[in-house]
Write a protein that binds this ligand. Structure first.
Ligand code: HPA
Length: 287
């Protein structure tokens, strides 16, 4: 069975579970940021283990289930927890869930993550909208033969995917308006992706700052790349869970990253609810 057929099988399985629901907005909740999914009403919850070919999350703080339903009024499909390359998964497995969202008919995704803050002005607990990214993972999820059947939207599924607006300008502007309504400040930043699982050294963080990064993390970028390959619009939101290595006297630990995420989940939830409604309205008007 080809990879594409596995994605299709997973999507067909989920379509059977979703019934009347036809979500066009997908949301991925990162480390310690999972509870917004609990606000979904008329929820259809499917553990990853039940979905054909779906990879299982092995990290604490990543629950590993798909939740579809109504969120702030909009139809959404939420991935509560993701898998990472450092867990031993191949790039195609890491991005399998994003492929399934594309096959389900999702048009726009909001990708959230926990990140280390490289910008000296960042504070723990603040949100940063991704303006762009730098892929330092050393691989690209589109490596290997191109699969043109992943062209769920016109002009997509190409061998060479344009990344000049990886993170949608209009969704970023929308995020800024939503933040004003929520009374929170949203910086814009550049997310640099590493594979982990070790945190960075202070020298690496100095190097990444020189490269133009303001955030560092171990996810999101592969998902953004395959989403763009399929023609989906992407909004990225990082939660600064810690200052990057060398910027504070603290040692870095997953526990602290996780707990910092937990503290901001409520604010994240209201921001996401507002955005889900606006984005659903936008993309559904264009169907
Ligand atoms: N580095 C890499 N990934 C991360 C960090 C960090 O400091 N914080 C949360 N995810």
């Amino acid at each position: 069975m080809t990879y594409f057929d596995q994605v299709k099988e997973a999507a067909d399985f989920l379509r059977g579970k979703l019934g009347e629901l036809t979500p066009h907005v997908g949301i991925v909740l990162g480390s310690g940021l999972g509870t917004p999914a609990e606000a979904v009403t008329e929820a259809v919850t499917v553990p990853y283990g039940e979905i054909p070919h779906f990879p299982q999350s092995t990290v604490e703080g990543h629950s590993g289930r798909l939740v579809a339903g109504r969120f702030g009024g909009a139809q959404v499909v939420i991935l509560q927890g993701r898998v990472h390359f450092y867990e031993g998964y191949a790039p195609a497995q890491v991005t399998f869930p994003m492929r399934v969202l594309g096959a389900l008919g999702v048009r726009a995704v909001i990708l959230t993550n926990a990140a280390g803050g490289i910008d000296e002005g960042y504070r723990v607990g603040q949100f940063v909208v991704l303006a762009d990214h730098i892929n330092m993972m050393g691989w690209n999820p589109l490596d290997g033969p191109n699969e043109p059947r992943f062209s769920f939207l016109p002009g997509a599924g190409l061998r060479f995917t344009d990344m000049s607006e990886a993170y949608s300008k209009r969704l970023r502007e929308m995020a800024q308006r939503a933040a004003v309504d929520e009374g929170i400040t949203l910086e814009e930043g550049v997310y640099l992706a590493v594979t982990g699982p070790s945190f960075e050294t202070p020298a690496e963080i100095r190097a990444y700052r020189t490269l133009g990064a303001t955030l560092v993390g171990m996810s999101t970028v592969p998902e953004t790349i395959v989403a763009r390959h399929m023609g989906l619009e992407v909004l990225g939101i990082s939660c600064v869970t810690n200052l990057a290595a060398g910027l504070s006297p603290m040692r870095l630990s997953h526990q602290d990253v996780y707990e910092a995420g937990r503290l901001v989940e409520r604010r994240l939830r209201s921001l996401l609810e507002r955005l889900a409604v606006w984005i659903a309205t936008l993309v559904e008007a264009e169907l």
